[in-house]
Design a protein around this ligand. Structure first.
Ligand code: PDD
Length: 287
């Protein structure tokens, strides 16, 4: 089936979907984005993703391109036109197109809005979750405003590539004090021997994950003890369980960190429970 992409007011065939060469997203990474899970044709946690997009835009003083309701309509329409039942949706907003100059152009210029959706086979992801993934640690070389979901993802690309070259699926960034900040495109979690679930507190060092927030609500519902604090790589390596969260993975078990086996090397029971219950905790859009 041919793919359809939303670009600046039009739904276009994939091959014709283009933005200008002087788009500030292209030249300066001056833009923000969201990735949402599509499940059974519906968007998962659409509201929180749009709310975060609004916060990211505000942090960078990019005027909202349209109402959040209009953006939600575009997201749903992109899913519908591509007939995605299970997959992912990508929404990007940049400051727009202007002759190359560092300071912001007039706020009157049109923002660039792009929306793409694509299917993924749920059984492939599920098979990965049954095995669990390996993680490679790397120094966190990113900037100090990681709470803004910008398209400036080169450090994440470098880290993911290094991870892949080491047979790992995700990279975990480590700060100057030896504490894990987060994954290259996910939040990082561990489960202690007593069963307490730990993840780093939100702040400028990490992205405030939508999946993270939904899972925290789920932990409370399940009566699982939970603490927000930094943890070292060594603590993670000796933890009972470890996992990552993101819209693209929901809850994904981690079974190896820098070659060290976590627990018995298989996804642990708490991680498996949280993965299986995740969509009960999340908000599923109805259109
Ligand atoms: N990444 N931390 C980083 C650095 C991320 O890029 C992401 C998401 C997360 C998890 O956020 P959420 O739960 O809202 O997806 C944490 C998306 C999936 C991506 O770039 O593909």
């Amino acid at each position: 089936m041919s793919r359809i992409v939303y670009v600046n007011g039009r739904y276009l065939p994939y091959a014709q979907a283009c933005v200008h060469v002087e788009d500030r997203g292209f030249q300066f990474a001056d833009g923000v984005y969201e990735v949402c899970e599509v499940r059974e044709g519906a968007l998962v946690d659409e509201g929180p993703h749009l709310a975060r997009l609004g916060r990211s835009l505000a942090e960078l003083a990019i005027p909202e391109p349209m109402s959040m309701a209009a953006l939600a309509h575009i997201m749903r329409e992109t899913v519908r036109r591509n007939r995605v039942r299970n997959g992912l949706l990508y929404l990007q907003v940049t400051r727009g197109t202007a002759p190359r100059d560092f300071p912001f152009p007039s706020p009157e210029i049109e923002r660039t809005v792009v929306c793409i959706a694509w299917p993924r086979a749920p059984d492939l992801l599920e098979a990965q979750a049954v095995r669990g993934i390996a993680v490679k640690s790397l120094p966190d070389i990113r900037w100090r405003r990681c709470n803004i979901k910008t398209v400036m993802l080169l450090p994440a690309c470098l880290a993911k590539e290094a991870a892949r070259n080491d047979g790992a699926h995700e990279a975990w960034f480590v700060d100057g004090n030896g504490f894990v900040t987060e994954g290259a495109s996910s939040n990082a979690w561990i489960v202690l021997d007593g069963g307490a679930v730990i993840t780093r507190q939100i702040g400028p060092d990490i992205l405030s994950g939508v999946t993270r927030a939904t899972l925290i609500e789920g932990l409370a519902k399940e009566g699982i003890s939970f603490m927000e604090r930094p943890f070292r790589l060594t603590e993670a390596q000796s933890a009972r369980e470890a996992f990552i969260t993101s819209a693209s993975n929901t809850v994904m078990p981690v079974v190896r960190i820098d070659g060290v086996t976590i627990g018995d090397g298989k996804p642990g029971p708490i991680t498996r429970t949280l993965r299986s219950k995740f969509h009960q905790f999340a908000a599923i859009s109805v259109s």
